[in-house]
Ligand binder design. Structure first.
Ligand code: SF4
Length: 428
């Protein structure tokens, strides 16, 4: 039995999750998304904050796929097999670390348990260094229509310092191949706050990215935390930009994307003006779930693979993050729950308010009745010009926008909602 987070003096166990999933079976008309975590990479980037394992063993990946199939068997036995999917996202790790037969098998496993249609929004994260013409064609043929490539930075000094060398020519080739293959939405990820990054070099990277004209681009903040990610010890802190320089890097990114006609959505995403996410943000109907920003409210998320976070009904559940522990639990016939929480009424209100603030940059005054403390705490940020408070509610200012992560992240002891990748705040 893993160490489970106590909730109301009771642990959230795999048995609780079984109940949650069984009751979801009766709600067949609810929107459903699936997240699959592929926990493998061919090499560890030094800045990495993901749950992943470096392997070159085909057998190890095959064993993961065997366990994934078992996990989907267990879950769909409870929620019903063949349920229609509104969204599928395959992330990692490096999903395209899988070889071609393994990618085909992954899709086969999914199709055997869920119904994917032309309306299912299908996306996959890819490492450009592992991409090829044949692989992108295969992924397209398997039904993926959105692809996200990790670029991070195109400067050679930065790339060497983070252990991720990929030339502009290679990124360009992969990007245009994905376009020619027919992917409808291409996202490029950047990271700011990396060693050796400076305003000049980052502007150069931004210019090169903008020349490619991706549909979306995310610009994530690097968090240096070698105590929980020991490989980050290899990054020399003296080469990291200061807090002020880091903020200026992000300001430059916002300006570069805005000047090129992109619109800033949520914490760190830039989209074209015609993107549905921008319309949704403008109209106050942008949402965020465990997969990312969405225009679809109340989507249930089933997560598979180590560390995946799911949201079903009022429960938030995270799988065992360690690959071997996850595999062991699945292979012994247990749902691999590591942490979970049946959200109370107040948990739910807090989550909804924080996500609404993050997505729509405002919080109606009516929230104050339910979340008095959190509302007051947010109002105090008006002294620093981060929010404006009126009779209608709280509105994040353009200055506060840069600190939105902090505004949303400090309000809850359950999950860091302000993080680009949700993580349970696990009690020590
Ligand atoms: S490719 Fe991504 S998940 Fe893999 S080591 Fe690099 S940053 Fe981490």
């Amino acid at each position: 039995m893993p160490s489970l987070r106590p909730v109301d003096d009771k642990p959230f166990t795999d048995l609780h999750y079984q109940e949650v999933l069984s009751s979801f079976r009766r709600r067949a008309d609810e929107r459903l998304a699936v997240y699959v975590h592929v926990p493998f990479c061919h090499v560890r980037c030094l800045y990495c904050a993901c749950d992943t394992t470096v392997t070159h063993s085909v057998e190890k990946v095959d064993q993961y796929l065997d366990a994934l199939e078992r996990e989907m068997d267990m879950v769909t036995r409870l929620v019903g097999r063949g349920r229609k999917l509104d969204q599928l996202h395959v992330g990692g790790g490096t999903p395209n670390h899988l070889n071609e037969p393994q990618l085909a098998r992954l899709m086969e496993i999914l199709e055997c348990h869920f119904e994917l249609s032309a309306d299912t929004v299908t996306s996959i994260e890819c490492n450009p260094r592992r991409s090829s013409v044949g692989q992108l064609e295969l992924l397209y043929g398997l039904g993926f229509r959105r692809v996200s490539f990790g670029v991070q930075d195109l400067n050679a000094d930065v790339q060497r310092a983070i252990g991720r060398v990929q030339s502009l020519n290679m990124v360009r080739d992969v990007y245009y191949t994905a376009r020619e293959t027919g992917f409808e939405n291409i996202n490029l990820d950047l990271v700011y706050g990396l060693p050796f990054q400076n305003q000049r070099s980052f502007l150069e990277t931004l210019g090169q990215i903008l020349e490619l004209a991706p549909d979306r681009a995310a610009c994530f903040s690097y968090a240096h935390d070698p105590s929980s990610r020991p490989h980050q010890h290899a990054i020399n802190v003296n080469h990291l930009p200061s807090a002020d320089e880091k903020l200026a890097l992000f300001e430059n990114a916002v300006k570069a994307f805005s000047d090129a006609g992109y619109r800033w959505v949520g914490l760190d995403l830039f989209v074209r003006e015609t993107d549905e996410l921008f319309d949704a943000q403008r109209e106050g109907r942008l949402y965020r779930n465990a997969i990312g920003y969405t225009t679809m409210p109340s989507t249930q998320v089933l997560a598979f693979g180590p560390s995946g976070i799911g949201e079903v009904g009022d429960a938030l559940v995270q799988n065992e993050p360690d690959l071997r522990a996850w595999q062991k639990r699945v292979n012994s016939g247990h749902l691999p729950v590591a942490w979970g929480r049946q959200l109370s009424e107040i948990d739910r209100r807090r989550r909804d308010a924080m996500l609404y603030l993050m997505c729509n940059l405002q919080l109606p005054a009516s929230s104050a009745a339910d979340l008095e403390q959190e509302y007051k705490r947010l109002c105090r940020n008006a002294e620093h010009g981060l929010v404006e408070v009126s009779e209608e509610g709280i509105r994040v200012t353009s200055k506060g926008r840069y600190l939105l992560r902090g505004l949303c992240g400090q309000q809850d002891d359950l999950v860091d909602w302000g993080s680009s990748q949700w993580r349970f705040r696990v009690p020590s």
